[in-house]
Design a protein around this ligand. Structure first.
Ligand SMILES: Nc1ncnc2c1ncn2[C@@H]1O[C@H](COP(=O)(O)OP(=O)(O)OP(=O)(O)O)[C@@H](O)[C@H]1O
Length: 908
């Protein structure tokens, strides 16, 4: 790959600002917006849609080695997820992903992409995952606004904690920081209010807009939290409408120097009171005077016009801030309902906090935002430079110190007061009701020794802080008054008693030390009675940042550094100076150096031995070092070891799989042998039973034969002159099995004669004779085996005779007879409810087939044999035992049949 398209800047051969910028520019021009610096991801905002986030891309980045695919934000998500589960050579540990960059650099988009990929990685409870992704538009509607830097700028910071049990997400929590409430009452040129207000007004008729009666319309917007009831949604929209109405109230001074609501905005006062659910007079009183309590006595101080306007704005900001806090607490309720407090959970936190800001006029919000960014930069420096280099020193690793731009003095002070104290100072002054000028004087005297503070000589209350990202001049005019969002007690009492239940709950709520709104049921109190409330956290930013830092320091960090390519928000344009400034103040050159020469993975011996020792000797890793209590690896070593561990894990799975297969197969073979043994025993039992039955049958036959012989001898003795030899049949020339039909035939003839239908009788006789001839000439050899007819073969008997023979026989007992009027056979058997008769046809190829069956057979015994196994269509009944020829015939006919049989043997 060409050097300027190098995917990992830590492997650049020439390392200076120029080559770094060239590399990023080259990659950007090829739409490669992501680049690694070792394990850190640099993301340049493309300001256009790129085909980088489709489903198949997301799939490709699941559980893959970082180096096997181009740099991507999805790889960061995968790495954090695998590290949290302990799959990257270290044990399971909480992770945090810190996304930084200036406003519009792409932090929020990166956060959304990370969330999406993390949800993809842990597909388990799809409803919760969907909810985590769905709350984002709601948060953006209330917390984002158009600024000159970014059309969808987050005007609050958020730390999203995703909580996992094993590999699936079980809940989430959003921590919000520093909502820019002043935006509700004031927007600089080219900027707008929070998106929610425009959403509310979209699609509303001009008339309704005029009156701000848009509550019903507004409920339609994307607020669909399960935990927010319809009444609460309506209340919330009514309160937002109240904020807008409040903003339209203007004041004027009367002749007696008193302040009053201007004539033209009387209607707005009424509308506001209605929407806030409070008495109009009481709202007016709160706007035009302040009530305080001194030694149990309430003192009313009338406002001048400016103070009345400040009171109006304070109310709007506080109410909006509380609505936002309430939304976040509702979201957290929704996302945490599956959390079980007894179960140990792992966590991945994603920090998306507003970027560094430097506007024409920078106010208190910018001071807070920039100090928060200082904290983040300190966190980055601490992890990448301080901690790492300290460990080299402590562990005796040879190392040439890399210097970096340390912003520690801003935050903790070095022989000077740390600048974060100015927030505390601000708080102090705020409570003392001091002026902006006093405040700046105090700052000047307190911080003049701090190298990051500059005194500004001006009539305006200005001061400058030299941040890690550059100098920012702050204007303190209105700092104190404009940030009066800890409202006086009378206003709080007014809202607690509001008939709009949600407003009442919002003002009864307490604010935690970290600034989180903690709603609780409102207790109605008298507005007349002056109340003194203790506000626990008037400026909770410092505390909440400290809590955040504590969480982040306890986790393994992953860094995403977002870069804004141009200020015009245009695609395919990269302003080298702007990018260079960001690279510089982000300390990226030093970062590359430390990633190239340093050891980003430094596990303790114990941690390493537990997981990786088994493979260390099998690798060919070069360049790792051993300290006194830790091992020192390059960032790619960790991946290499993780890959080997994965291979080892897979091999272990294969071994386990084969072992289980082998032991299961053994068990199976034992079981199979037992089943076969039991089947064999069963078969033997059945065969024995069959043999026994056959023997019984033969004995029976023998007994009957004896009986018959005895009767025959007796008859011979009685009619010694008549010796009926079987040959007599021969003389008749038709001594065949059909002779058992002779008697019937004669009877039939008689009957026919009696009826006088001589012709039909003749015809029948003719057909019968033809059939007999057919049988003798073509069938005898086929049906008889070794000169004997099978016992089921009954010659030409009638249907009635066949049924008589089978009437008391068991199910499936069968016989075959020759058709009387056609050349063919009939199969008769004992069915479930009656005897059944099936015609057997002779095919031209000499095969036999039961009409209606598909299968033809080469002989009748084959046909019989087959249907003892396969049922006959359509009833699928089986043939079971043959019906012997003499079972129901008279002794004489039995005898003749035996003779016939005998004769046929001779004949054939
Ligand atoms: N990966 C990306 N692909 C396409 N467009 C992007 C990408 N990242 C950012 N953008 C574009 O840049 C705009 C600004 O990005 P984003 O809102 O994430 O910036 P930010 O750093 O969060 O800014 P702020 O600090 O003001 O909230 C987005 O609205 C989007 O249009």
């Amino acid at each position: 790959m060409e050097e300027h398209l190098q995917e990992d800047l830590a492997s650049l051969s020439d390392l200076d600002e120029k080559s770094l910028l060239e590399s990023l520019t080259g990659r950007f021009s090829h739409n490669h917006i992501y680049t690694y610096i070792g394990d850190i991801l640099v993301a340049v905002n493309p300001f256009k849609q790129l085909p980088l986030y489709e489903k198949e891309v997301s799939e490709r980045y699941k559980c893959r080695e970082k180096s096997s695919l181009p740099p991507h934000i999805f790889a960061v998500a995968d790495r954090a997820y695998q590290s949290m589960l302990g799959r990257l050579g270290t044990g399971p540990k909480n992770q945090c992903i810190v996304i930084s960059g200036e406003s519009g650099a792409g932090k929020t988009e990166s956060t959304k992409l990370l969330l999406r990929q993390l949800m993809e990685l842990c597909r388990a409870n799809s409803q919760l995952e969907q909810q985590i992704l769905q709350v984002n538009p709601l948060l953006e509607a209330f917390g984002n606004a158009q600024t000159v830097m970014n059309d969808n700028s987050s005007r609050f910071g958020k730390y999203i904690q995703l909580r996992f049990q094993n590999s699936s997400v079980k809940g989430a929590k959003i921590n919000e920081y520093l909502l820019e409430k002043s935006r509700v009452v004031h927007q600089d040129e080219g900027e707008r209010n929070f998106h929610i207000f425009y959403c509310m007004l979209a699609g509303i008729s001009p008339q309704d807009k005029e009156m701000y009666v848009f509550v019903v319309h507004c409920v339609k917007i994307c607020i669909d939290l399960n935990s927010v009831m319809t009444q609460e949604k309506v209340d919330m929209m009514t309160i937002l409408a109240g904020i807008l109405s409040l903003g339209n109230i203007t004041f004027e001074t009367t002749d007696s120097d008193a302040v009053k609501v201007s004539e033209k905005s009387q209607g707005w006062l009424k509308a506001t009171a209605g929407q806030f659910g409070v008495q109009e007079e009481e709202l007016l009183r709160c706007l035009t005077c302040t009530m305080s309590v001194t030694r149990g006595e309430s003192i009313h101080r009338l406002h001048n016009q400016q103070q009345a306007e400040d009171a109006r704005d304070s109310i709007a900001k506080v109410v909006y801030g509380r609505v936002f806090g309430w939304i976040v607490s509702k979201i957290n309720e929704l996302l945490s309902h599956k959390l079980d407090s007894d179960v140990a959970l792992s966590e991945i936190g994603i920090l998306d906090i507003f970027g560094f800001e430097n506007f024409a006029v920078n106010r208190f919000e910018q001071l807070c935002i920039n100090l928060a960014n200082e904290q983040l930069q300190f966190f980055f420096n601490h992890h990448i430079f301080l901690m790492e280099q300290n460990e080299y020193k402590e562990e005796g690793i040879q190392w040439e110190t890399i210097t970096f731009k340390d912003n520690k003095p801003i935050l903790v002070g070095y022989r000077s007061v740390p600048l974060t104290r100015c927030l505390a100072l601000f708080e102090l002054f705020f409570n003392l009701q001091a002026t902006d000028g006093n405040f700046v004087d105090k700052l000047n005297s307190k911080f003049k020794a701090n190298p990051h503070f500059e005194v500004v000589k001006s009539h305006s209350p200005l001061f400058t802080i030299v941040h890690y990202a550059g100098k920012v001049q702050y204007n303190a005019s209105g700092f104190l008054e404009k940030n009066r969002d800890n409202i006086p007690a009378n206003i709080r009492a007014l809202f607690i008693n509001s008939v709009t239940p949600l407003l009442s709950v919002l003002f009864a709520a307490t604010i935690s030390r970290t600034g989180t709104l903690m709603p609780r049921k409102a207790k109605v109190c008298s507005t007349m009675k002056p109340l003194v409330y203790h506000c626990h956290a008037k400026c909770p930013m410092q505390h909440s940042l400290a809590v955040l830092m504590e969480k982040m320091f306890a986790a393994s960090p992953h860094f995403v550094r977002c870069i804004k390519p141009n200020s015009s928000k245009l695609p395919d344009q990269l302003d080298s100076k702007l990018v260079m400034d960001q690279l510089r103040y982000n300390g990226l050159l030093e970062t590359i150096r430390i990633r190239r020469e340093g050891f980003s993975w430094r596990p303790f011996f114990k941690e390493f031995v537990q997981r990786c020792i088994s493979i260390l000797n099998t690798t060919e890793l070069r360049g790792w070092k051993c300290g006194s209590s830790r091992l020192f690896f390059k960032y790619w070593h960790q991946e290499e070891l993780a890959r080997l561990l994965e291979r080892l894990g897979k091999a272990a799975v294969v071994i386990q799989k084969n072992y289980h297969a082998m032991s299961c197969r053994r068990k199976y073979l034992v079981l199979l042998a037992e089943v076969r043994r039991q089947q064999q025993a069963q078969r033997e039992r059945e065969m024995e039973e069959e043999m026994r039955m056959r023997r019984q049958l033969l004995e029976e036959e023998e007994r009957k034969r004896q009986l018959f012989m005895e009767q025959e001898n007796k008859s011979k003795r009685e009619h010694s002159f008549v010796t009926r030899k079987p040959w007599a049949f021969l003389n008749l020339g038709q001594a065949t099995p059909f002779d058992n039909d002779l008697q019937v035939n004669t009877d039939l003839m008689k009957l026919l004669g009696q009826s006088g239908d001589e012709e039909r009788a003749k015809e029948k006789r003719k057909k019968r004779n033809n059939t007999i001839r057919w049988f003798k000439e073509t069938q005898v050899r086929k049906v008889a085996r070794n000169g004997t007819f099978p016992c089921w073969f009954h010659g030409m008997i009638t249907r009635r005779q066949a049924e008589d023979l089978l009437i008391d026989k068991p199910l499936g007992c069968f016989l075959i007879r020759v058709g009387q009027s056609r050349e063919g056979y009939t199969l008769t058997y004992r069915g479930a409810d009656r005897c059944r008769h099936y015609m057997i046809e002779m095919q031209s190829n000499g095969k036999y087939v039961i009409l209606g069956e598909d299968r033809a057979h080469s002989s009748l015994p084959d046909l019989v044999q087959y249907h003892t196994q396969v049922g006959i269509e359509p009833l699928m009944e089986l043939l079971t035992i043959p019906c012997g020829q003499v079972s129901s015939a008279s002794a004489v006919s039995k005898a003749s049949f035996l003779h016939k049989k005998f004769y046929i043997i001779t004949f054939s």
